[in-house]
Write a protein that binds this ligand. Structure first.
Ligand code: TXA
Ligand code: MG
Length: 330
């Protein structure tokens, strides 16, 4: 039976015991819920891949509770340390050369010579890592291909019995997965856009490139970019200027000029067919609502999801990245 346990001293300790004994545990982070296991234990990590039905070539992020712990796992350049000091704990993952002697399972990095590391801002996540005394490998807590889960309920909907222990702490503040920044090459490259933007990183790093893996076929840096991701079970249509018959609307900002094909106003759509990411056009609010609202609209009453245009600046870049993947379908 899958158990949802409110995070407190006692349940965090229980979760830490499970991690140390080679089991998997769902943990809250400020971005999305994670499905964690002891990164040093190959058999435990294998359980993550099985539970998510995740292809083994797609590496995992290792979560740490301090910069010192990260330094035991990867080679941190002067720049990497500066970035970690500025943005950790927080929604930023760094790809760095892995230290072989640290003993992180090869499964975690899918055989690559680099390792993704992140210190989460969520206090429960950090307490769990400290209590467990080992780094925790954790992908998002959803079945491979589905939108990431930002509430305990969505974890349960997506993974069911495959998530036996869920440490619950409400909905995630950020709502989008961390920014993935590859610092293993000459120029830092954003492989997955997130709440920490290239603009935020530039004052520390100078030039920061984007490589979101679109139109690149096999030649991608981040294996996750190859995969279809975040897709609801019904078609997603972007930059919609009106709502078609049977479609639901995922709105952003004012609905004043949004109409329904054949007559009618979008604001009069029934509840199951209408969500607004942010009435105030706030991109951070929209990011926090994105996955929950996609799931809300992914119901049999709707034939598809029309999404209004979202500005491609700041966090909007990350939102549009997830939406364009959602629009590619499952
Ligand atoms: O916010 C987050 O990052 C959440 C929470 C739980 O921390 N985790 C998460 O993990 O989103 P996941 O596994 O769903 O996404 C990790 C991404 C994948 O696209 C993967 O390919 C990439 O990071 N990645 C991991 N290790 C890598 C490496 N060594 N080189 C390049 N990309 C890597
Ligand atoms: Mg994921």
């Amino acid at each position: 039976m899958s158990q949802i346990k409110t995070a407190n001293k006692e349940t965090i300790k229980k979760a830490a015991d499970l991690i140390r004994s080679g089991e998997i545990v769902v943990l809250p982070t400020e971005t999305v819920y994670g499905l964690g296991a002891n990164a040093l234990d190959g058999q435990a990590v294998a359980k993550i891949f099985a539970a998510k039905n995740r292809p083994s070539f797609n590496p995992l992020i290792t979560h740490v509770s301090s910069i010192e712990q990260a330094e035991t796992l990867v080679d941190m350049s002067v720049d990497a340390k500066a970035v970690a000091r500025e943005f950790w704990p927080g929604p930023l993952t760094l790809i760095l050369p892995r230290k072989e002697e640290a003993g992180v399972s090869d499964l975690v990095s899918a055989g690559l010579e680099t390792l993704a590391v992140r210190m989460p801002a969520h206090p429960v996540a950090r307490e769990l890592i400290e209590e467990a005394g080992v780094p925790i490998a954790a992908p998002s807590a959803n079945s491979s291909g589905e939108p990431s889960a930002t509430t305990p309920r969505h974890v349960k909907d997506s993974l069911g019995e495959r998530a036996p222990f869920i440490l619950a702490a409400g909905s995630c503040d950020v709502g989008l997965e961390s920014t993935v920044l590859d610092m293993s090459g000459d120029v830092p490259v954003v492989l997955r856009p997130g709440c920490v933007t290239a603009e935020d990183l530039k004052p520390l790093l100078g030039d920061v490139a984007y490589d979101l893996g679109k139109d690149k076929g096999e030649d991608v840096k981040s294996p996750g970019q190859l995969l279809k991701h975040y897709a609801p079970s019904i078609p997603v249509r972007l930059r919609a200027v009106e709502v078609k018959e049977g479609e639901a609307l995922l709105a952003f900002g004012s609905l004043k000029f949004m109409g329904v094909e054949g007559g009618g106003a979008a604001k009069d759509l029934p509840d199951h067919a209408l969500r607004n990411l942010s009435e105030a056009s706030d991109l951070h609010e929209a990011a926090a609502n994105l996955f929950t609202m996609l799931r809300d609209l992914d119901v049999p009453e709707n034939t598809g999801i029309a999404v209004m245009d979202i500005p491609d600046t700041g966090v909007g870049i990350a939102i549009n990245d997830r939406l364009s993947r959602a629009a590619q379908g499952r």
